[in-house]
Design a protein around this ligand. Structure first.
Ligand code: DGL
Length: 260
C-alpha cells in the first residue's frame, strides 16, 4: 500500500524528499493542490473543503497513512479529518518547541503563512512552549507565491526578506523556524539577509519520524520497489517535462537541506 503526502503546492516536496531518504522501500502518492494554492490566504472553510477533497481522493487510492505536508492545512483541518478516518494522519506544526529546546538561549523567529500565524493552534503552541517570550511571529505570504512561480534565486526574494527583517536586530536571534513547507526552498536567500548564527529549524524530520512510528505500530512498513506518483489537484502528472521539473525541485530541496 502507498503513503499519501499532500500540500497546497510544491512546499510538501520538502517533506517527501525527507521521506524518500528515510523510507527508501515505500511507495508514495504526492498531491499538490495547485488549483487552490495559496492556502495561507484563504478562509478556514475554504481550506477545510480542499483538504476534505484531497483526503477522500487518497482514501479511494487505499493509502495506508496520510502526511499533511502543510502547516496551514494541519492548523485548520487536522482534527476534523482525524475524526473521519481511522488510518494514521500525520500533521505538521511549526517546530517551535524544537527551536526553543535547541536554541532557547536567544530569541527565535517563527515564520509561517498568515493563516498559521493567526490560528488557535499557534496560540496554544506558543503558550505551551514559549514561557520566556522569546518568539517573534512573522507571516511570509509572498514566499509561497514566489515558490509556485518558480522564483527562487532572485533579487525580488532577497529584497522582500530584507524588508521583512529590517526591523529586527538579527544578532539577538538564535534560530528561524520554517513554519511553512514552501519556505524550505529559500534557505539560501534567508542566509543572505540573516547572520550564520541564526540556525534554521523545520518540522520535516519530526513529521517523518512520527510517520515511521505510526507505521511500525500498525505493522505497516513494507519493502517495495520505490515509486512516487505525482498529482496536481487530482490530475496525475505524466508529462516528462513536468516530471523533470519536479525532480529539479527535489534536487534544490536536497541542496537547501544542507544549509543549517
Ligand atoms: N506549504 C503550506 C504550509 O506549510 C502552505 C502554503 C500556502 O498554500 O499558503 O503552510
Amino acid at each position: 500500500m502507498k503513503i499519501g503526502v499532500f500540500d497546497s503546492g510544491i512546499g510538501g516536496l520538502s517533506v517527501l524528499e525527507y521521506a524518500l531518504k528515510a523510507l527508501p522501500n515505500e511507495q508514495f502518492i504526492f498531491y499538490a493542490d495547485q488549483k487552490h494554492v495559496p492556502y495561507g490566504e484563504k478562509t478556514k472553510e475554504q481550506i477545510m473543503g480542499y483538504v476534505d477533497e484531497i483526503v477522500s481522493f487518497m482514501i479511494k487510492q487505499d493509502v495506508k497513512a496520510i502526511v499533511v505536508a502543510c502547516n496551514t492545512a494541519t492548523s485548520v483541518a487536522i482534527n476534523e479529518i482525524r475524526k473521519k478516518y481511522s488510518i494514521p494522519i500525520i500533521g505538521m506544526e511549526p517546530a517551535v518547541k524544537k527551536a526553543i529546546d535547541l536554541y532557547g538561549d536567544k530569541r527565535v523567529f517563527v515564520t509561517a503563512t498568515p493563516v498559521t500565524v493567526k490560528g488557535d493552534k499557534m496560540k496554544y503552541l506558543i503558550e505551551k512552549v514559549d514561557k520566556q517570550h522569546l518568539v517573534d511571529l512573522i507571516p511570509l505570504p509572498k514566499l509561497v507565491r514566489f515558490a509556485e512561480q518558480g522564483i527562487f534565486d532572485s533579487e525580488e526574494v532577497t529584497e522582500y526578506l530584507k524588508e521583512v527583517f529590517q526591523d529586527f536586530n538579527a544578532e539577538e536571534y538564535s534560530s528561524l523556524v520554517l513554519g511553512c513547507t514552501h519556505f524550505n526552498y529559500f534557505k539560501n536567500s534567508f542566509r543572505k539577509v540573516l547572520p550564520e548564527t541564526v540556525h534554521f529549524v523545520d518540522g520535516n524530520e519530526g513529521t517523518i519520524h512520527q510517520l515511521i512510528r505510526k507505521l511500525e505500530e500498525n505493522d505497516a512498513l513494507e519493502m517495495q520497489e520505490p515509486m512516487v506518483t505525482f498529482y496536481s489537484s487530482g490530475e496525475e502528472i505524466v508529462e516528462p517535462e513536468k516530471l523533470a521539473k519536479v525532480n529539479e525541485l527535489l534536487s534544490r530541496l536536497e541542496r537547501m537541506r544542507q544549509i543549517q
